[in-house]
Design a protein around this ligand. Structure first.
Ligand SMILES: Nc1nc2c(ncn2[C@@H]2O[C@H](COP(=O)(O)OP(=O)(O)OP(=O)(O)O)[C@@H](O)[C@H]2O)c(=O)[nH]1
Length: 337
């Protein structure tokens, strides 16, 4: 491993983990922690419009969104472009205003295979000269990981490629189940550091600046790592994006979601949104993963924002027309807020 002290390249942390595991929660910790570092963030979401960027704590200017596909395939060109622009901004070149940052954090979609993202830092010469991949941090949802690892190739790749595994949501499962899951994770990846977490809380020095990414080890796991182009995705997973300008009735929304989940909970990986709810002055954040969902008032709508509800559902066998009808049907009779 190269000497980290002598290496002046910008360290990059790739944050992965299956849908809803706790990546954005971790990102928010990193952005609010006292580490005295300036961090440029690149967020990639599955679906046309990002919800996550609205849920990341007050760091608007540093967030670069990539929403037109999955970071590991269709938008890898975008990733290279954004990294190039950031590099120019740091060096004071090009048309962008100068930006100073000490490290880069990339939050991938829950459906991304981290290998091609990591590959970017080795195969593109300019990128490799300026950035150093520090670590791949994978957040694992203790409640749902069993199912995700049984079903999908992406969740397995995310664990196999991790340098640090955060076994998160330990509050939701009994300790015996945690131990079994830990054994399963260890069997898949014995080299990664493994920490149990709640709300993705972890010390910054356990995930940042750890110099953990070791190319030789990754080549042992995946000998084609540096040359692979295509990889399989679960093609059946799709997303539906819903938007409504009329204020919504939250009870109606919860009723239709519940109705859907009775039959489709297993196939519905993730649903989340920022909502404009009738009679509520604040934005309402809605978070759902399989059968578990909750909503809470967040901050007031800003004077320059037009309140609107945006909601995304990600899963298999989604009935888009049904969702559109139901969502539109949640528009409430307006009361003054
Ligand atoms: N009970 C419990 N819930 C948690 C924990 N960590 C995160 N959550 C909740 O899980 C939900 C998903 O968390 P996120 O941080 O948005 O997950 P994510 O991985 O960014 O989700 P995607 O970007 O959609 O893939 C949110 O409602 C969090 O508040 C935890 O340790 N315990």
């Amino acid at each position: 491993m190269p000497d980290q002290q002598a290496d002046t390249r910008i360290p990059v942390t790739v944050l992965t983990g299956f849908l809803g595991a706790g990546k954005t929660t971790l990102l928010n910790h990193v952005l609010t922690a006292e580490h005295g570092q300036k961090i440029a963030v690149i967020v990639n979401e599955f679906g046309e419009v990002g919800i996550d960027n609205q849920l990341v704590v007050g760091a608007d200017e540093e967030i670069f969104e990539m929403n037109n596909g999955c970071i590991c395939c269709t938008v890898r060109g975008d990733l290279i472009r954004i990294l190039g622009e950031l590099m120019d901004a740091k060096l004071g070149k090009g048309s962008r205003r100068k930006a100073d940052f000490d490290r880069v954090l990339i939050e991938t979609t829950g459906l991304a295979d981290p290998a091609p993202v990591a590959q970017t830092f080795f195969v593109d010469e300019e990128i490799a000269g300026f950035y150093r991949l520090d670590a791949i941090v994978t957040v694992v949802d203790a409640k749902h990981a069993g199912q995700h690892l049984d079903e999908g190739h992406e969740a397995q790749e995310q664990v196999a490629f991790a340098d640090v595994l955060l076994l998160n949501k330990t509050d939701l499962v009994p300790v015996e189940e945690l131990q079994q899951l830990e054994q399963r994770l260890r069997a898949m990846n014995s080299a990664a550091k493994l920490y149990r977490t709640q709300q993705s809380r972890i010390r910054m020095d356990q995930i940042l600046g750890i110099g953990a990414f070791d190319l030789d080890k990754k080549l042992e796991i995946d000998p084609g790592f540096l040359v692979e182009e295509a990889h399989d995705h679960d093609d059946e997973v799709a997303s539906v994006f819903l938007r409504e300008t009329q204020p919504l009735d939250l009870d109606k929304l919860e009723r239709f979601i519940n109705e859907w989940l009775v039959e489709h909970g297993t196939d519905t990986f993730r649903y989340k949104g920022v909502l404009h709810i009738n009679g509520v002055k604040k934005r309402v954040v809605f978070q759902g993963i399989h059968m578990l969902f909750s909503s809470y008032p967040d901050r007031d709508w800003k004077p320059d924002e037009t309140p609107v509800s945006e909601f995304v559902v990600i899963g298999r066998n989604l009935d888009e027309a049904w969702f559109r009808r139901q969502f539109a049907g949640c528009a409430a009779v307006t009361t003054n807020t």
